[in-house]
Write a protein that binds this ligand. Sequence first.
Ligand code: LHQ
Length: 266
Amino acid sequence: MAYETITFEVADGVARLTLNRPDKLNSFTVQMHGEMRDALARVAEDEAIRCILITGAGRGFCAGQDLSDRAVDPNDPNAEPPDLGESLEDRYNPLIRAVAGLEKPVVCAVNGVAAGAGANLALACDIVLAAKSASFIQAFCKIGLVPDSGGTWSLPRLVGMARAKGLALLGDKLPAETAADWGLIWQAVEDDALMAEAEKIAARFAKGPTRGLGLIKRGLRQSFDHDLDAQLDLERDLQREAGRTEDYREGVSAFMNKRAPAFKGR
Ligand code: LHQ
């Protein structure tokens, strides 16, 4: 599939996906959803890809849904009011499931404003770095909508209910440094250091024990649905699986021989 609204390249075990509609702050169209779905499926399937790095072209990261897209525009005089539930079911929910469920690390470099579903796409990633000039806006309430793309799930878990409510009900701009202070994201970095920092982390993941890292993601994610007993059972199962990987053998061997491990991701 040829892409027009994103760029996608793979090198040295890292897939780089750049949202690429800079004139519209990389807001989502139906086409962009289709291209992202295709690219994320390639990442999931290709064993040579051991990490994905998502960022945006131009001055924004992603302004959420493109509000002029005919699929969601309530002002189209010739159309019934749009079914936004369908838009979530068909496009946003699969996108967030694909990102959150990917058993490989997802690094997000938030290069500028991240609004609406754009903010929540970033929050679905594993390691979120943001340029200090970037910001996060739960813009939904400003147009009468509800945070989607996992926002009502991730916000209270990341920052607690009081801050989740403030963000979701007020829809104000949260600067990257405050987002980092609150634990919404991993780190805010100087603007001109953003991509180098994100690349450094991605390169590290590309040499990591990919299956083990994927299992860590699964364990942390499922913890929200479990009490301690159930989580201990899950850890037993995950560790059993991790313990059977080549990378576990390599990790222990490297440690015992006082050398750096050469993980293969399997
Ligand atoms: C845009 C957009 C945009 C189109 C900037 N659409 N053009 C799910 C299911 C179905 C339906 C609805 O939504 C969802 C999920 C959602 O994501 S809902 C939330 C949708 N997003 C928003 O409400 C954010 C709208 N954008 C903004 O509030 C501002 O653009 C922010 C605060 C992000 C940035 O402000 P500025 O830095 O001042 O930039 P700007 O507003 O001047 O935008 C630059 C251009 O991008 C401009 O186009 P133009 O042709 O005038 O230069 C904007 O119209 C366009 N743009 N966001 N979402």
